[in-house]
Design a protein around this ligand. Structure first.
Ligand code: ADP
Ligand code: DAR
Length: 346
């Protein structure tokens, strides 16, 4: 987009929700607005303007962005989550309400299970609009809360600033270290001052991690080998409750937990398995019919925008807002049961 704040010229083959919903009328209505943190429409859409292959293309700079730029965010939230401007979100992190026996007790299909939530600190801007000092304060407060964790959650916080090559190599080998340089996050202003203020916590057992100041200010992650989905969820729910004793999260009755990307609003939860489905991989039409029916998303095994390898897929819940955390995990569990049943029948 030119400096003169003109309507961006999207190419005809642009498929992002930004291209779809930023009409000239919406642009004219929003182009001169800004939030109390000085976050503008240009800031919110820069990622999708610079990365025409975006799926969504917009990021919020603060909770206020969802109100000030509602004319753009609301239709995106409606399409992605099926959630309207007058709907309200409910949260339920009680593992007792989850009916999820291990779908693969013999370990033939599910390689690993990971459930994560995004969280941001209340009364602060989100990553795209946070200042360097505010981001450093988040790192200080969050790492202090994490270093206070005990029992099975006890562990160590590793700041990225000054991280030794050996620690970095080990964290990468463990698939724990988040990648720098994602071009979508870069254009959203989420990589500013990198690597200052960023870091990773993990417990001694390496089944619990927290990413600090990546796409969101906290990514709280529980993960382990195998398909004991309920154990992974229970560890995550316990950890969230412990951290919340020290850190207040940004939450609204309408949008739930506030996140920089609108796809993560609500529960901000992605519950995934890495699962081997070599026969179903040969019949993607059937594969996708099952994942669509169970509100699931298919990703590659090296993170978002990566490809699957050797018939192994990252399968996770797609719905995050207007459903509870228990429902997100139930979606994933029930969909994985159906996928394994189909794989066995082929
Ligand atoms: P998000 O944090 O939004 O889930 P990604 O999809 O990029 O982001 O995944 C982040 C990292 O977590 C990637 O390295 C990916 O390989 C890893 N990951 C995701 N799901 C699993 C899983 N079920 N088992 C092991 N690693 C996983
Ligand atoms: N790459 C951006 C983000 C889409 C959702 N994934 C997130 N938030 N990590 C896009 O618009 O495709």
């Amino acid at each position: 987009m030119s400096q003169k704040n003109e309507f961006p010229n999207f190419p005809a083959d642009c498929k992002s929700m930004l291209c779809k919903y930023l009409t000239k009328e919406v642009f004219e209505e929003l182009k001169d607005k800004k939030t109390s943190n000085g976050f503008t429409l240009k800031d919110a859409i820069n990622s999708g303007v610079k990365n025409i292959d975006s799926g969504i293309g917009v990021y919020a700079g603060d909770e206020e962005s969802y109100t000030v730029f509602a004319k753009l965010f609301d239709p995106i939230i409606q399409e992605y989550h099926g959630f309207g401007p007058n709907d309200s979100h409910k949260s339920n992190l009680n593992p007792d309400d989850l009916d999820a026996p291990n779908p693969d007790p013999e370990g033939k299909y599910i390689i690993s299970t990971r459930i994560r939530v995004g969280r941001n600190v209340a009364n602060l801007p989100l990553g795209p609009a946070i200042t360097k000092d505010q981001r450093n304060q988040v790192e200080q407060d969050v790492s202090a809360a994490l270093n206070n964790l005990d029992d099975k959650l006890a562990g160590t916080y590793y700041p990225l600033t000054g991280m030794s090559e050996s620690v970095s190599a080990q964290l990468i080998a463990d698939h724990f270290l988040f990648k720098a340089g994602d071009r979508f996050l870069e254009a959203a202003g989420l990589n500013r001052d990198w690597p200052q203020g960023r870091g990773i916590y993990h417990n001694d057992e390496k089944t619990f991690l927290v990413w600090v100041n990546e796409e969101d200010q906290l990514r709280i992650i529980s993960m382990q080998m195998g398909g004991d989905i309920k154990e992974v969820f229970t560890r995550l729910a316990t950890a969230i409750k412990e951290i919340e004793k020290k850190v207040t999260f940004s939450y609204s009755p309408h949008l739930g937990y506030i996140t920089s990307c609108p796809t993560n609003l609500g529960t901000a939860m992605r519950a995934s398995v890495h699962i081997a489905l070599p026969k179903l991989a040969k019949d993607m039409e059937t594969f996708k019919a099952i994942t669509d029916k169970h509100h699931l998303q298919i990703r590659g095994i090296h993170g978002e925008h990566s490809e699957s390898e050797g018939g192994v897929y990252d399968i996770s819940n797609r719905r995050r807002l207007g459903v509870t955390e228990v429902q997100c995990v139930q979606d994933m569990h029930d969909g994985v049961v159906a996928l394994i049943e189909k794989e066995k029948s082929l």
